[in-house]
Design a protein around this ligand. Structure first.
Ligand code: AMO
Length: 441
C-alpha cells in the first residue's frame, strides 16, 4: 500500500483531463482523478487517469522523475483516487496529444478490495450485477454517455418550456387521494393518517394552470406496478405540462415541437455520446402521424390480437401496431371509459374523449388530453370511475372559483431516454432504479 492522505490541504484542480493538450506545453498544472490503467514499459510507468471530463496520460520515468514520485507509485493500486502536480509535455500518441510528467503525487484514497467487475472490461456484465454496484458501473463509457444525454435532454426541455413562457412548479409527493385510479398506489403512514405517494401531479398542475396558465413540473411519480417489465418502474420521472385556454390539439402541437427540438439539440450537443452508443437520431418530420383508437382496432382485425372496444390497448396490440408505425406517432380519440376521470369527453360524442398517447414504436411515451373544467361533470366522472367524491373535495371546490378550459400531458422521461439512446431496459437509463424486486442501492 502507498501512503494515503485524505486532506486536500492546498491542493486544488487547475484543469481537467481534457484540457491537457499541446497548447499547455511546459505549463505546471494540477489534476485529480481515478487511476484506470497502469502499464510498465522499460523503466517507464504510464497511468491513465479518468476525471469527470475524460482521460489523461501520466508518465513516470524511473530515472528522471522525482524519487518521491517513483516511490509513491510503486504500490499504487488501480482505482486509486489521486492528485497530480506536474508539467505538460506534447506526446502525439497520448490522449489529446499531451501527457503529464508529475513532480508530486497525492494519494487521496486507495481501494481496499478488488472490484467485482472491470468497468472497462470487454465482457458485458448482467444488468443486475451492474446495478448492485451502480457507481462503479457509471465508470463505463456507455453508462456515462446515457447519463450525459439524459442531462442534456433535461437542460434542453427546461429551456424549451421557459422560452414558451411556462413556469416550473413543485407539487407535493405525499398526497391524500389517488389521481390515476386506486390500484397502483403506494400507501404510507403520515403521522396518524393514511397517505399515498403521488402517482402524478395531475390535480395540482390543473389547479395551478388556472392561475399561472402555463406550468410544468419534472419530478418523480410513484406507481406500485405489480409486474417487472422492461418499461415499468415503481418510481419514474414524469415531465408534466398543463396549459390554460387550449385543447389537446394545441398541447400535441407543443409536444411534437419539443420532441423535434430535443432530437436536433442532441445531434448538436451529444455527438460523442451518441457515437459511443452507436445511435443515429433522425429528427422527426412534423406534424407527427395521428391514428385514431378506432383505426387501431380496425388494423388489429387483420391480426390475431383482439381488443374489445373500450379496453386499453394491450402490449401485444401495440407491438402489432408498431409494425406499421416504427417511429413517433399519436393515438387519438380514445374511448372515454379507457381514460382517467379528468379527461374531457367529446361534446358531439360522449363515448370518445379528447385524449392522446404519444407512442414511439410499441412504447407509450406520453399521455394527455383536454380536461373537464366544469365541477359537476368532474364530480360525475369521479363517481362513475368508482372513486370517492369526498376524497376530491379539496380539488373540486377550486372549480367553484373559476376554472379556465385547460389541457396538458405527462411524459415519461425515462422512457423517452430509452428511445433516444436505443436502450431496451428502462433500468439502464435510471441511476438507481426502483422496481418490485429492487429497493437498493
Ligand atoms: P400516465 O399514467 O399515462 O398519465 O403516465 C404518463 C407517462 O408516464 C410514464 N409512466 C411510466 N414510466 C415508467 N414506469 C411507470 N410505471 C410509468 N407509469 C407511467 C409513461 C406514461 O405515458 N396524469 C396523466 C398525464 C396527463 O394526462 O397529464 C398520467 O399520469 O411514459
Amino acid at each position: 500500500m502507498s501512503k494515503v492522505s485524505e486532506d486536500l490541504n492546498e491542493w486544488r484542480r487547475t484543469c481537467y483531463s481534457t484540457d491537457v493538450t499541446p497548447d499547455l506545453e511546459s505549463k505546471e498544472i494540477t489534476v485529480f482523478g481515478r487511476v484506470m490503467t497502469r502499464r510498465e514499459q522499460g523503466g517507464i510507468t504510464f497511468l491513465i487517469l479518468q476525471d469527470m471530463k475524460g482521460i489523461v496520460q501520466v508518465t513516470i520515468h524511473r530515472d528522471k522523475s522525482p524519487k518521491e514520485v517513483v516511490e509513491d507509485i510503486k504500490n499504487l493500486e488501480l482505482h486509486s483516487v489521486i492528485g497530480i502536480k506536474g508539467s505538460v509535455k506534447s506526446m502525439p500518441k497520448a490522449p489529446h496529444g499531451a501527457e503529464i510528467n508529475p513532480s508530486k503525487i497525492k494519494i487521496l484514497s486507495q481501494p481496499k478490495t478488488k472490484l467485482p467487475f472491470d468497468p472497462h472490461g470487454r465482457i458485458e456484465q448482467s444488468i443486475d450485477k451492474r446495478l448492485d454496484l451502480r457507481v462503479i458501473d457509471l465508470l463505463r463509457p456507455r453508462s456515462q454517455a446515457i447519463f450525459k444525454i439524459r442531462n442534456v435532454v433535461l437542460e434542453v426541455m427546461r429551456q424549451f418550456f421557459h422560452d414558451e413562457d411556462f413556469l416550473e412548479i413543485n407539487t407535493p409527493k405525499i398526497i391524500s387521494s389517488a389521481t390515476e385510479g386506486g390500484a397502483a398506489l403506494f400507501p404510507l403512514l403520515y403521522y396518524d393518517k393514511e397517505a399515498f405517494l403521488a402517482q402524478s401531479p395531475q390535480l395540482y398542475k390543473e389547479q395551478l394552470s388556472s392561475i399561472f396558465e402555463k406550468v410544468f413540473e419534472i419530478a418523480p411519480i410513484f406507481r406500485a406496478e405489480p409486474f417487472r417489465t422492461l418499461r415499468h418502474l415503481s418510481e419514474a420521472i414524469s415531465v408534466d405540462v398543463e396549459q390554460a385556454y387550449v385543447t389537446y390539439v394545441d398541447v400535441m402541437e407543443l409536444l411534437e415541437r419539443m420532441i423535434q427540438h430535443i432530437v436536433i439539440s442532441l445531434n448538436e450537443k451529444c455527438k460523442d455520446e451518441l457515437s459511443i452508443l452507436n445511435v443515429k437520431l433522425d429528427p422527426p418530420q412534423l406534424p407527427l402521424k395521428q391514428v385514431t383508437y378506432d383505426e387501431v382496432l380496425k388494423a388489429l382485425e387483420k391480426t390475431d390480437v383482439k381488443i374489445e372496444w373500450g379496453d386499453d390497448l394491450s402490449t401485444a396490440s401495440l407491438k402489432e401496431i408498431s409494425k406499421q408505425f416504427p417511429q413517433y406517432y399519436f393515438i387519438i380519440d380514445w374511448p372515454t371509459t379507457s381514460k382517467a376521470f379528468y379527461i374531457k369527453p367529446k361534446t358531439a360524442n360522449q363515448e370518445l374523449c379528447e385524449s392522446f398517447d404519444l407512442m414511439c414504436g410499441p412504447i407509450e411515451l406520453v399521455s394527455g388530453g383536454t380536461r373537464i373544467s366544469n365541477r359537476e361533470d368532474l364530480a360525475k366522472r369521479i363517481a362513475e370511475k368508482g372513486l370517492e367524491p369526498k376524497n376530491f373535495d379539496y380539488h373540486l371546490k377550486i372549480f367553484d372559483y373559476g376554472m379556465p378550459p385547460h389541457a396538458g400531458f405527462g411524459l415519461g422521461l425515462d422512457r423517452l431516454i430509452m428511445m433516444l439512446t436505443n436502450i431496451e431496459n428502462i433500468r439502464e437509463v435510471v441511476l438507481f432504479p426502483r422496481d418490485p424486486q429492487r429497493l437498493t442501492p
